[in-house]
Design a protein around this ligand. Structure first.
Ligand code: AVJ
Length: 325
């Protein structure tokens, strides 16, 4: 098949959405201090996340993979050939199960992976291009917000937005609401939205998953500071911070923090930002919300995304919901 194409587009700075780093300034200037979770994913952070996915304690990836093994053929059958747009595609490892199911339909189709990390996006796009003979790939480097606002028209009659791995868990309820509206707005009637969510479960299991014994999650958390140092000419001293993750039962979310072991004067030159961090003060780097399947179906329906079918594992630890506009 000669006509299939592969292309990578950089979305950064195309549209005047919030200036790069504005959210870092806001987060570090507020109380408590926060840094948006997307700053985990520079090239090394994406690599560390891939390692997390293989950890024995980190059940989400394994569980979602198991569900996708069961459900992919059925999903492809339900939707038929379509354009797959994936938010936060990373290495596209789990997505391959889905991609193979679409490949089995034996017709040309299109995959649009979106990721903030250009390195991992390019690498996996090239790899996929060689693996799937009917597939065209358009990789978009940028945030979800940028991608959803700048998504090129699909050449196929149908589109499915894919949001796996419970990355939705990083969003507050308000941000979920906004994202679902944005997703709905770029879908046409009859298009699909496939969502993978981590489900509520005992605190002990959750806290182990975010405090692994090999310390990979701690490295992943700390790497955010090294990313900010490089990106904005900062002076965070990684040895002065400690990884800390707890399950907040009331909010039903994991909260990851970097706790300062000593007082620090932080400067991010490129952002013209100076802040002070006290001993014992924590920066919130991530929330990872744990959901309830029925409530999520209702929430989708409130956004006119009609649940078609859901899949879960034996223990009901993870859920996959297919909905349609
Ligand atoms: C990619 C956001 C789904 O919340 O479980 C893994 C990121 N953080 N370990 C998650 C993460 C710490 C992950 N998500």
């Amino acid at each position: 098949n000669q006509k299939r194409s592969i292309e990578i587009q950089y979305l950064e700075n195309i549209l005047p959405i919030a200036n790069d780093g504005q959210d870092v300034i806001e987060g570090l200037s507020s109380t408590p201090k926060t840094i948006p979770a997307k700053y985990f994913y520079d090239a090394y952070g994406s690599e560390l996340f891939e390692q997390i996915c293989l950890l024995p304690e980190y059940y989400p990836t394994r569980t979602e993979t198991e569900i996708l093994q069961q459900a992919s053929a059925e999903i492809a059958e339900l939707t038929g050939v379509c354009e797959l747009v994936e938010l936060g595609s990373g290495s596209s490892t789990k997505t391959r199960l889905l991609l193979s199911a679409y490949e089995n339909l034996g017709q040309p189709w299109q995959y649009v992976p979106i990721d903030v990390s250009s390195e991992i996006l390019k690498e996996s796009a090239l790899q996929l291009h060689s693996e799937y003979p009917h597939l065209s790939i358009l990789g978009l480097v940028g945030t979800y917000e940028q991608a959803l606002l700048q998504l090129p028209a699909s050449s196929l009659p149908k589109r499915m937005i894919v949001f796996l791995g419970s990355t939705l868990g990083n969003f507050t309820q308000e941000e979920c609401d906004r994202l679902f509206n944005e997703v709905r707005d770029i879908l046409q009637v009859g298009d699909y939205f496939l969502l993978g969510i981590d489900l509520q479960k005992p605190k002990e299991i959750l806290e182990k998953a975010y405090n692994d014994s090999q310390g990979v999650t701690a490295k992943f958390n700390l790497n955010m500071l090294s990313h900010l140092n490089q990106r904005y000419e900062g002076n965070f001293d990684l040895d002065s911070f400690q990884h800390h993750a707890i399950y907040n039962q009331n909010e039903q979310q994991i909260e990851m923090y970097l706790r300062a072991k000593q007082v620090q004067r932080i400067q991010l030159k490129k952002l013209d930002l100076k802040i002070e961090i006290e001993v014992g003060e924590s920066i919130l780097t991530e929330i990872s919300r744990k959901f309830n399947l029925e409530q999520m179906e209702e929430f989708l329906a409130q956004h006119r995304l009609k649940p078609i079918k859901y899949w879960t594992d034996e223990k009901q630890w993870f859920g996959l919901i297919l909905s349609q506009l």
